[in-house]
Design a protein around this ligand. Sequence first.
Ligand SMILES: [Mn+2]
Length: 319
Amino acid sequence: MTKLDSFINEAKTICILGHINPDGDCIGSTLGLYNYIINRYNIDKKVKVYLQKPSDKFNILKGFDKISQDINDAIEYDLCIVCDCGSKDRIKEFCIYMENAKNIVVIDHHETNDIVCENLILDSLAPASCELVYKNIDKSFINRDVAECLYIGIAHDTGVFRYTNTTSETLRIVAELVDKEINFNYLLDTTMFMQKFNQKRIMAEIVNRAKFLLDGKVLFSYTNDEEVKKFSLDNRDIDIVVGYLRETIGIEVAIFAYEIGTNIYKISLRSNGEKINCAEISKRFGGGGHKKAAGFTLKMDVSEIESFLKKKLFVVFNA
Ligand SMILES: [Mn+2]
């Protein structure tokens, strides 16, 4: 029995948490564990997933409709499992469940993990938290529901197995998941590739205003709340933009800014090659993430962001 399994085995009540703005790996790892616990223990355990409301495109995963946003500081869970999250700040309002819990296990693959916890399943070389979940659960209880969740998470964090974080082991794990007769084509299309027409239209606007900075090493663009609303979208609909900008010949890093509050911008970075470490850059500004994908928050007007980036990144690029 793995350490994770023995914690689950001993607990009667379990909560599962992830990070703010939950992405495919966060949703996949939390719901993957949720479905695993239900499949293995049925009604013997009370298990609940708390996440900020994820994009509806993930509603094809079992348990999606059970994801809760409730806050109740009187509840004390026997066990709190935190997935895919490198800092307390990013658990946000659900942190109370972690603080109240009798035991905590953290499963994560971020380079910048600063959660202090005795039971840390941390591997920054793992391409996805879902891969770590897979490795730490009893394979004989992985049913189709679990497999779908874990497949989604690994696919999302590896760019469908094409980023350099993908290993032969990843592909072997994926093969095991495919053997559970998941409809991977449907899963990928629904959660990654199919878009609302307005997502394509806002992308056109964002690409049109994109600028090369620092001798063409950086491709930078942005949107704001007003524009996102104009297209009847929300921020969950533009999470694909930065990855799309990265796929530009000649650049070392794509940077995309979007408004998460009045004059508060989330800055997302995606790099090509080995020269730029996005996690390191983001950490300097209070954020974090992975070598090739990371982000941080800036409190300023969008017109100031460009000059901020030019000034600060110049130092990084010339280091
Ligand atoms: Mn992840």
